[in-house]
Design a binder for this molecule. Structure first.
Ligand code: FAD
Length: 581
């Protein structure tokens, strides 16, 4: 199968043919595929359901910027334009497009470049919100956890967590709490919390300190790859009819004579051109950046949020083991700290440090790193030191900004999300969790449809399989590609150069770079190394060592020259410094 040629135009794309129960992979020119696709829809109407499932699941139109930009004709009236390509914005775009609304999503950097690629990677109901008595949030998050497992099984897994206990009282307290947690998940329960004796805790967490250990509890929650889910949401939105564009920064909001939002202006940060688009509704889903957009809407806007930073460190799995995750329910500052196996490493975090300003790439503070390492020291027999850290990363939560007269105190905008309607018709959504992205999308689109008089359509995302959906268990990191794996494998067997590893210590291959450029809208070296594969977050220096071969492969695919490669590498080194210690 050929995949090459100029990706900007009428390239060859993978094409899957269902024959009996087998799927044959071939290639076809994209323009022809689009024509055929319409006919195929008719055809699939007649084929047996199982075959139809396979056809619609396996035919993926590649997600490229050039195609997306072509759909931006000046006279087009969108139903919804979503600003922000993190979990929240992408969830809204999938929901809106699947209801049939004309949807455009604009992200100023790459999809999930903000907090949505820097979470603790848990698909969870939030055990600690249970302790706070926030039952509504826990119920809703547990349901959403179950739906992520059903709709995106290729990027999510059930993870067992062990809470070590050092007193009989705490053991019983957590057991009761977790039994309630299990019960609240109802039919979507994913495991049964159990009491463990001391030996069982040591079997599960071989590196745990045993002095004073009374036993513990094992419970079950979910774990996922946040940036991969974001990319799959962007692909799903596109497959449902949305236009999604990364590197597209909204710079101003356009209003009509009555003062209602009627469009916006954005800059294509790759091509450099400025665009104006017209729309019935605009949704501001920009995380900690919501105030910047609200100020474009009204110069009198008072800040709604103040960021609080949560940092993580990544270490070798030998410090913990690669099966059970560690949950420390009460650290010295009263927070929860997790040690979670992730892509053959262990991630430790997180913290909660209020900041005065937001930025897209916050760097963990020295005191946060000390806090995580000190907490690990209390629980692990041979705790990691600074020299053992492979990568560090931080995300920002939106806290409620203090009002004048309130001093410097901050309080969290509830972990539940908030929907805010401006008098101009702009809808803003902030807060929430990755786990609840779907529900947030549903509520936002319900509100937009009602306020902006869109034809009523019911939400369809409860049962919508996301791009890559597959129940097949694939080895190692290949798992995250789900149904796309077959095509990447085909790329490697059709061209042995593409089967080369990008780094001797890791199993990532050149074929993945080509795939990410042609199908996942990767435009920069960072897009690939940080979010298409997660090497920047797993081993920052190794990602730097892999950067030159990634840069030259991307340049060949995208038609860039040596100057582009050099500039990319120097920008990427600056980023690696933020993830290194
Ligand atoms: C440390 C930490 C750990 C977490 N762990 C978990 C977890 O384990 N599980 C869980 O369920 N939740 C977790 N969360 C919560 C979850 O990560 C967030 O709720 C979610 O990622 C927020 O997504 P978002 O889309 O609202 O914001 P973001 O991901 O920040 O996305 C906003 C986007 O808007 C874009 N943008 C801003 N301005 C513009 C503009 N002018 N034009 C175009 N685009 C613009 C930004 O570039 C950004 O990409 C965690 C949060 C933090 C901080």
């Amino acid at each position: 199968m050929a995949f090459f040629g100029n990706p900007a135009d009428d390239i060859l794309v993978p094409f899957y043919i269902v024959h009996s129960d087998k799927i044959r992979i071939s290639s076809i020119r994209r323009q022809s595929l689009i024509k055929y696709f319409k006919k195929l829809r008719l055809f699939t109407f007649f084929v047996k359901f199982t075959h139809k499932e396979k056809l619609t699941k396996y035919i993926s139109m590649n997600m490229t910027r050039n195609e997306a930009i072509k759909s931006l004709s000046a006279d087009k009236l969108w139903d919804i334009v979503v600003i922000g390509g993190g979990a929240t914005g992408l969830g809204i775009a999938v929901d809106a497009a699947s209801r049939g609304y004309k949807t455009l999503l604009l992200e100023q950097y790459d999809f999930a470049k903000g907090t949505s690629s820097k979470s603790t990677k848990l698909v969870h109901g939030g055990v600690r919100y249970l302790a706070n008595g926030d039952l509504k949030l826990v119920f809703s998050a547990l349901k959403e956890r179950g739906l992520i497992f059903k709709n995106a099984p290729h990027v999510s897994v059930v993870q067992s967590f062990v809470i070590p206990s050092y007193s009989f009282f705490s053991k019983m307290k957590y057991l009761i709490g977790l039994k309630i947690y299990d019960w609240m998940a109802g039919k979507l329960r994913i495991g049964k919390s159990t009491l463990l004796n001391k030996t069982q805790v040591v079997d599960s967490l071989p590196k745990i300190k045993t002095a004073g250990l009374q036993g513990g509890i094992r419970y079950y929650d979910g774990q996922f790859d946040d940036a991969r889910l974001a990319i799959n949401l962007a692909q799903t939105a596109q497959e449902q009819g949305a236009t999604v564009l990364n590197y597209s920064q909204v710079t101003s909001i356009i209003k009509n004579a009555q003062g209602y939002v009627s469009g916006l202006q954005f800059v294509d940060n790759i091509g450099g051109k400025t665009y104006q688009v017209h729309t019935k509704a605009v949704v501001n889903a920009t995380g900690v950046f919501v105030d910047d957009i609200l100020k474009m809407d009204s110069i009198h806007h008072q800040n709604l949020v103040r960021p609080s930073q949560g940092s993580h460190i990544v270490i070798d799995k030998s410090f913990l083991g690669d099966h059970d995750a560690l949950m420390i329910p009460e650290t010295s500052d009263g927070r929860v700290l997790f040690g979670v196996p992730w892509h053959d490493k262990v991630l430790l975090g997180t913290t909660d440090t209020p900041l005065n300003a937001h930025q897209i790439e916050p760097r963990p503070l020295e005191e946060e790193l000390d806090f995580i390492l000190d907490t690990a020291k209390d629980y692990l027999v041979s705790p990691p030191t600074r020299a053992d850290i492979k990568s560090i990363f931080a995300g920002l939560r939106p806290l409620a900004a203090p009002k004048s007269g309130e001093g410097n105190s901050t309080k969290e905008i509830s972990r539940d999300h908030k929907l805010i309607e401006s008098s101009s018709g702009l809808i803003t959504i902030t807060g929430g969790k990755w786990t609840t992205y779907r529900k947030m999308g549903e509520e936002t689109v319900d509100l937009v449809a009602k306020k902006h008089h869109l034809p009523p359509e019911a939400c369809k995302t409860h049962k919508l399989h996301l791009h890559g959906y597959s129940l097949e268990k694939l080895p190692g990191h290949w798992q995250v590609y789900g149904s796309d794996f077959a095509a990447i494998k085909e790329l490697m067997s059709s061209n042995e150069d593409l089967a080369q590893k990008i780094h001797p210590k890791y199993d990532f291959r050149l074929a993945e770079v080509v795939w990410a450029v042609q199908n996942e809208m990767a435009c920069k070296v960072e897009d690939f190394l940080a979010r298409r594969i997660r090497l920047l977050l797993l081993d920052a220096e190794a990602s730097w060592e892999a950067a030159p071969v990634v840069a030259s492969t991307m340049a060949a695919q995208l038609g860039h020259d040596q100057a582009w490669i050099e500039k990319e590498l120097s920008t990427y080194r600056e980023l690696v410094d933020k993830y290194s210690i």
